[in-house]
Design a protein around this ligand. Structure first.
Ligand SMILES: C[S@@+](CC[C@H](N)C(=O)[O-])C[C@H]1O[C@@H](n2cnc3c(N)ncnc32)[C@H](O)[C@@H]1O
Length: 234
């Protein structure tokens, strides 16, 4: 590893750029970049890709020094993959061990980019489907350790609970980004967040114990990050 970079969290590295804390992941597809990110190359040729917290809710959590329950051996269900900006960093993290990410997206255009990304990386399973209907991709996804969700839809917490009922192992973690304006443009974001949290805590499909809530500003304004653990059925 370069003198510039040091391990920060499993599969994530930190460096200082002009005194500023900057995140990196080890490039699992050397020679290619995904969204114009910078590359640092080690003496032995290992590439590290910079991770922009303004382009990624998950990146913002790491940047805010939150302990993120994601390890390189995790099985991950990623809802709202878009064209794979953040999925690519998750793929880098998982490539350090034997992890896999199932990446769900329902819009055609970003899906094309996601499929091209998955062709270069063997730990991404792209799924063209609707996250509100987990029964459709149930046959393609194994039980997972982590659900990461960034879908910007009205009923974000309910979508997470529905997917957790199908796929999340008991004691598995949910990492959720809630965009207040997608739930209700007119309502005070604080009210929206409180209601979404209530849904996570008490839901007929699956319920969660909330471990942490994080304001994602200044990287993502009016967005809240939630880290939660799935309650057992008893
Ligand atoms: C904010 S973007 C995600 C950005 C991405 N997580 C990243 O960091 O690179 C939200 C994405 O969720 C997708 N989406 C919204 N509702 C969805 C649904 N019900 N099922 C699948 N994808 C959905 C949208 O098409 C969009 O690409």
């Amino acid at each position: 590893m370069t003198d510039f970079l040091k391990p920060y969290s499993d599969g994530v590295y930190e460096g200082r750029m002009r005194g500023k804390f900057q995140l990196y992941t080890k490039n699992a597809a050397p020679g290619s970049i995904v969204y114009g990110e910078k590359i640092m190359t080690d003496d032995d040729g290992t590439e590290y890709r910079s991770w922009d917290p303004k382009r990624s809710k998950l990146g913002a959590l790491y940047q805010k020094k939150i302990r993120v329950p994601l390890t390189s051996g995790s099985r991950v269900l990623y809802l709202g993959a878009a064209n794979g900006t953040t999925v690519s960093h998750v793929s880098d993290i998982l490539a350090e061990s034997s992890g896999v990410v199932y990446a769900v997206e329902f819009s055609e255009r970003p899906m094309r980019d996601l499929v091209m990304l998955a062709e270069k990386r063997n730990n991404i399973i792209p799924i063209f489907s609707d996250a509100t209907r987990p029964e459709l991709y149930f046959p393609m996804v194994e039980p997972v350790d982590v659900i990461f969700q960034d879908v910007a839809q009205a009923n974000q917490a309910a979508i997470a609970c529905k997917n957790a009922a199908y796929f999340l192992k008991e004691g598995g973690h949910l990492i959720l980004s809630i965009k207040a304006r997608s739930v209700d443009v007119a309502k005070n974001p604080k009210k929206v967040f409180a209601e979404e949290i209530k849904t996570l805590e008490k839901n007929a499909d699956a319920s969660f114990k909330i471990l942490k809530t994080i304001d994602l500003a200044p990287f993502h304004v009016d967005h809240m990050g939630v880290i939660a653990v799935k309650n057992s059925k008893e």
